[in-house]
Write a protein that binds this ligand. Structure first.
Ligand SMILES: [Zn+2]
Length: 275
């Protein structure tokens, strides 16, 4: 039952992410909009429309995945293709909701349920960031800044959960320094060539979110590993050059999700192997 509810919520929030990301991009790039256009594009209040013909969409055009499949990936009104990213984002969000529930490492007491609910909000924010970064090579402040605020809220919930103020706060600070500090130095040294400013701001929230120096280093390790593995086939086919920009955000986000859910267990297994 819980799983079915999570799938339904995941699909709906994935659909929300799709609309939100497109509207945010329209708002950020088209500076000269009338107040009425701004209202129509409001990520929270405007009605959904086709990105090509701007036709308002009916409820049966907005069913996650189902509408895209039944329309054959084309707009009902103008026939132009609707990107495959739409159903993929919806399915991925639902998949991450279910995976987080099935492998949740922090139990389901009331305070842990608060932590889990907050985690689902993070997942929605992460999906929006990844979708935006893949399409437009940018991590917008309007998504990153609220997530930094939520990361601080998450530290407070963890304190309530563990009762360990000193340990939780020092862990969050060490995490902040380990990944945020390193990325900040890389950004400054390279003048923004190795690392985008958005990646640095995202790293500032990842440290407190995963909550320890060791786990922050693990995020860097997994993100670099994933980035290398995914770029290698492209580099081999010479379809990208070594100094082309590849958005790093999606790798950083994937690594953060892995470490948040499984990092503690990986550390335990690793240190036991050493003893
Ligand atoms: Zn259309």
């Amino acid at each position: 039952m819980n799983i079915l509810i999570l799938i339904a919520f995941g699909l709906c929030f994935g659909s929300f992410v799709n609309a939100f990301v497109w509207r945010l991009h329209e708002l950020e790039t088209k500076k000269r909009l009338t107040s009425n256009q701004k209202k129509v594009l409001s990520p929270l209040y405007g009605r959904s429309m086709c990105v090509h013909c701007k036709h308002e969409l009916a409820w049966h055009d907005l069913l996650p995945v189902v509408s895209w499949l039944s329309l054959g990936g084309k707009c009902r009104y103008c026939g132009k293709p609707i990107s495959w990213q739409y159903p993929v984002v919806e399915l991925l969000t639902a998949g991450l909701f279910v995976l987080s529930y099935a492998t949740w490492p922090y139990g389901f007491e009331p305070a842990s349920v608060a932590l889990f609910t907050l985690w689902l909000v993070f997942l929605v924010g992460f999906m929006a960031l990844a979708a935006y970064d893949i399409r437009w090579m940018l991590l917008p402040n309007r998504i990153v800044y609220p997530l930094i605020g939520l990361a601080v809220l998450q530290v407070v919930i963890r304190i309530l959960l563990t009762g360990d103020i000193a340990g939780t706060v020092s862990g969050a600070l060490l995490g902040f320094l380990a990944i945020g500090g390193l990325f900040y130095v890389l950004f400054q040294v390279s003048g923004g060539k190795w690392m985008g400013g958005g990646d640095v701001k995202l790293a500032f929230m990842i440290g407190p979110l995963v909550g320890s120096g060791a786990l922050s280093l693990m995020v860097i390790f997994f993100a670099s590993l994933l980035g290398t593995l995914v770029s290698l086939p492209f580099l081999a086919k010479k379809s990208i050059k070594a100094n082309d920009r590849i958005p790093f955000g999606p790798f950083l986000i994937t690594a953060t999700i892995l470490v948040y859910l499984y990092g503690g267990r990986i550390l335990e297994w690793y240190t036991q192997g050493l003893l």
